[in-house]
Design a protein around this ligand. Structure first.
Ligand code: FES
Length: 139
């Protein structure tokens, strides 16, 4: 069953997003945005002994972007760095039961945020910066 354009999985992650908010002890941060629509996302990751043991996110975006960010944190948790880097936006969309064609780009934020957060971890330039546009505070 689906509501309008979106699957039950999308609505579930949108209504009850997992792992939201800032992570104080993150050792990797990935900031991404889509210049076409203006949506932005920040992914925090905690890596211990090559395994991504924790994730959280902030987002200023649409329903599909929020759901994609939420499911990204679920997909990546417990993966090694190499495994996490193999996750594509199609994997993210599939985990949501599929996204409408015009919303597929929203899942790209999830994929790109993983790559940027890992790159940040590897460069050891984690800033923990506060600059962000907005945050959808759920719960
Ligand atoms: S409309 Fe651009 S990320 Fe959703």
């Amino acid at each position: 069953m689906s509501i309008g354009l979106f699957t039950d999985e999308v609505i579930d992650h949108f209504s009850n997003p997992r792992n939201t908010g800032e992570m104080e002890d993150a050792n990797g941060i990935g900031d991404v945005g889509d210049p076409g629509c203006g949506d932005t996302m920040r992914l925090y990751i905690k890596i211990e002994e090559n395994v991504i043991t924790g994730l959280s996110f902030k987002i200023c975006g649409c329903v599909a972007a929020l759901a994609s960010a939420s499911v990204t944190t679920v997909l990546v948790k417990g993966k090694t760095i190499d495994e996490a880097l193999m996750i594509t936006n199609k994997d993210i969309s599939d985990a949501l039961g599929g996204l409408p064609e015009q919303k597929l780009h929203c899942s790209v934020l999830g994929e790109e945020s993983i790559r940027k957060a890992v790159a940040d971890y590897r460069s050891k330039k984690t800033t923990g910066g506060e600059a962000y546009i907005c945050y959808h505070a759920y719960n």
